[in-house]
Design a binder for this molecule. Structure first.
Ligand SMILES: *Cc1c(COP(=O)(O)O)cnc(C)c1O
Length: 375
């Protein structure tokens, strides 16, 4: 009995679904049609904007869709360049490519794993149309430095906050500080609607453009039926998904707090190992979407041994993102030493609301033998 229970699978992430989510989803399925077909969507958008402290929010089918809409709304198109970090999930770069623009990859800082502001500034050309700040695993970029660069060059700063709900930069929430922000509610994220996302902005004019784009190009003041003013997109969230989102958002403090407690347990357990973890600089809060260990440089580390130890104990192992420049999918880019080095030395650790302290101990016990000999 105990043997079976200790070998239960530990997922790298998993949603927390309570009676509240089930009640709202059931209500949406039973009554959220006809004149009520937008009720949960409007409520989710309103409450999300309120939570973040922004003027506008548009629910989408994914963060990728939110990024695509927002970049289209900024007028990014063929011949333009968008600067982003080399270490990233492909979802941040794909919308740039879809718009015919070029992702320009730069290196990251070794401590934040996010955009190196000096590298960003050096990469600006007359074709640069935006800077895309992605908050990796909940870590924040140096928002002040990036905002100053953006302002100096008259460029919009875009925030991909898909992994950063709960992260706060000197009192301002991730996603609320740039030209626009994008969030993901994919099943692996801190709050989920299964699939889903959110576009947020404080810019009234950008909001109107993106609202039109998100509705197949139909402006909201248009009185003619089925009259698009331009070719738009269809990246909408359904009322059913929004119902689950409303419930998750009511629980946001609880969901983020659990992520933070799990991170703290890992950090305490690994205090003597030659690793660093997600940083939380003074004046900031990290939502710790994904606790991650980075093995110190020059310490021998066999990541496949760690992943094998996880597998042997039925624990999900997950490698750090690969440098986009290593995938061979984008226009050839120089390689970047910090990105290359980080990617090899880092591993994500499981974290989800219902993960117990004993589960975390099991992960710790799988990590210790692989890294415990090096002091
Ligand atoms: C998950 C994620 C996305 C994509 O989110 P979807 O909702 O799956 O489109 C984009 N950027 C980052 C940084 C992500 O982690």
């Amino acid at each position: 009995m105990t043997v079976a229970s200790t070998k239960s699978r530990i997922y790298y992430t998993k949603p927390s679904i309570t009676e509240l989510e089930i009640r709202y989803a059931t209500d949406a399925a039973a009554s959220g049609w006809g004149e009520h077909c937008y009720d949960y969507i409007e409520r989710f958008q309103r409450q999300f904007a309120q939570h973040l402290g922004v003027r506008h929010a548009i629910a989408t089918s994914s963060a990728t869709g939110a990024l695509h809409l927002g970049m289209a709304g900024l007028g990014i198109g063929p011949g333009d360049e968008v600067i982003l970090a080399d270490i990233n999930w492909i979802a941040s770069a794909a919308p740039i490519v879809h718009l015919g623009a070029k992702p320009v990859l730069v290196d990251v800082l070794p401590d934040s794993w996010c955009l190196d502001p000096a590298a960003v500034e050096a990469a600006i050309t007359p074709r640069t149309k935006a800077i895309l700040a992605v908050y990796l695993y909940g870590n924040l970029c140096d928002v002040d430095a990036l905002s100053a660069i953006a302002q100096r060059h008259g460029l919009p700063l875009i925030e991909d906050a898909a992994e950063a709900i709960g992260s706060i930069w000197h009192g301002r929430r991730a996603g609320s500080m740039g030209a626009f922000g994008a969030f993901s509610f994919h099943g692996t994220k801190t709050i989920t609607t299964g699939e889903g996302g959110m576009f947020v902005t404080n810019d009234d004019a950008l909001y109107e453009r993106v609202l039109t784009l998100s509705n197949h190009g139909r402006a909201r003041g248009e009185t003619r039926q089925f009259w698009p003013e331009r070719i738009g997109f269809k990246y909408k969230m359904s009322n059913l998904q929004a119902a689950i989102g409303c419930a998750q958002l009511e629980r946001i403090d609880e969901l983020v707090a659990r992520k933070r407690r799990i991170f703290e347990q890992y950090r305490n357990a690994f205090a003597k190992l030659p690793v660093s973890m997600n940083p939380e600089p003074t004046g900031t809060v990290n939502g710790f979407w994904m606790p991650t260990i980075v093995v110190n440089e020059h310490v021998p580390f066999d990541r496949s041994a760690l992943l094998a130890a996880f597998k042997a104990d039925n624990i999900d192992g997950r490698v750090f993102f690969w440098p986009l420049s290593s995938l061979g999918l984008l226009e050839p880019s120089p390689r970047h030493p910090v990105s290359d080095s980080l990617s090899k030395r880092a591993t994500n650790l499981p974290s989800y609301h219902d993960m117990t302290e004993k589960d975390v101990d099991r992960v710790v016990n799988a990590v210790q033998p692989v890294l415990g000999d090096h002091k």
